[in-house]
Design a binder for this molecule. Structure first.
Ligand SMILES: Nc1nc2c(ncn2[C@@H]2O[C@H](COP(=O)(O)OP(=O)(O)OP(=O)(O)O)[C@@H](O)[C@H]2O)c(=O)[nH]1
Length: 306
């Protein structure tokens, strides 16, 4: 089945996401690919949507940030997009305050995981703001860092506004935060598509190496349970988990109850909600350097000790 490529555009308020999207869309148009856009803005009225031409399908998520209050809506929009259009690629422009992991998480919903292929998280950094980031609150500084750390491609934008020395200092800071990401310097987010999209053409000999480069920086692991598990042992498992696992989401069943639970875990906080409909007991893990074998073994052990 053809999968739709998904690109998540992240970056702080005013960093240049809309400029980037416009540049991307005009290049995609030249290549005659069928593209759609999902835009998320915090206000009730969309300001940036006129940046997208009328022939490009556009869904907007207004008045909330996709990574928290309206994540469910993103899932609905994704589903609608897939049903209504035969797409080659989908770009999701997030609000400046979105956490990339949460957006990725919405794209991994079991409802359409088989139809989407998240190709890259592209984060755009306003170099001027980065230089002056000590003026921001601790939370916002953390967010800026997170947007850089989890990106597959980092665009250092607005380099016309800083000196050469400042550029070199920022490059080394960003490289220190994200050793695997691709770093590009831009003005008005002008970048050739080929630099931000993983290679399309792979010849057989190159396949292995190209494949490695094409993988997302953030990794995912999906585990399906065959049995119910003990709640306290599961909580012990969560406490022992490496802190590079940022997010877990899915359905789970416990020995103390015949109910299914929707389980959400983010920033160290587990949430369980009773799920009225019987679901396949599957958890999706998102993190860095995920050790699939370790996770699989530990989760299977939880089922055995039941
Ligand atoms: N000097 C300079 N200005 C830029 C550059 N890139 C973008 N801008 C300007 O910065 C402002 C914000 O750019 P946008 O592309 O709208 O940024 P955004 O991230 O979509 O902004 P929000 O939607 O508010 O989060 C606009 O006025 C752009 O013209 C650049 O490289 N240099």
């Amino acid at each position: 089945m053809k999968k739709v490529e998904v690109y998540i555009l992240s970056g702080f308020l005013g960093a240049g996401k809309t400029s980037l999207l416009q540049n991307i869309l005009s290049q995609e148009k030249q290549q005659k690919r069928k593209i759609a856009v999902i835009m998320n803005e915090l206000g009730e009225v969309s300001i940036d949507s006129n940046a997208v031409s009328e022939e490009t399908p556009l869904k907007e998520l207004l008045n909330g940030c996709v990574c928290c209050t309206i994540q469910g809506q993103l899932e609905v929009q994704l589903e609608n997009m897939l049903r209504e259009y035969d797409l080659d690629a989908l770009y999701i422009e997030t609000t400046g305050v979105a956490h990339p992991i949460e957006v990725l998480d919405a794209c991994l919903s079991p409802l359409f995981a088989e139809n989407l292929n998240v190709k890259a998280i592209i984060s755009i950094v306003d170099t001027k703001r980065w230089k002056d980031r000590s003026k921001l609150s601790i939370q916002l500084r953390k967010l800026l860092i997170e947007q850089v750390q989890h990106a597959d491609v980092v665009l250092l934008n607005k380099i016309d506004s800083i000196s050469d020395d400042e550029q070199s200092a920022i490059v080394s800071e960003i490289q220190g935060l994200n050793k695997n990401g691709k770093l590009l310097m831009t003005e008005f987010a002008r970048v050739p598509l080929s630099m931000i999209q993983p290679k399309q053409m792979i010849d057989k000999q190159q396949h292995e190496t190209a494949h490695v480069h094409e993988k997302l920086h953030l990794r995912t692991y999906v585990h399906t349970f065959t049995h119910q598990i003990d709640l306290s042992e599961f909580e012990q498992f969560l406490r022992e988990m490496p802190d590079t696992i940022y997010r877990i989401k899915g359905y789970i069943g416990f020995t103390h109850s015949s109910d299914s639970y929707l389980f959400q875990y983010s920033y160290g906080m587990p949430i369980y909600m009773k799920e009225p409909i019987k679901r396949k007991k599957t958890l999706v893990f998102i993190g860095e350097d995920l050790d699939h074998n370790m996770l699989r073994e530990k989760l299977i052990l939880l089922e055995k000790s039941e």
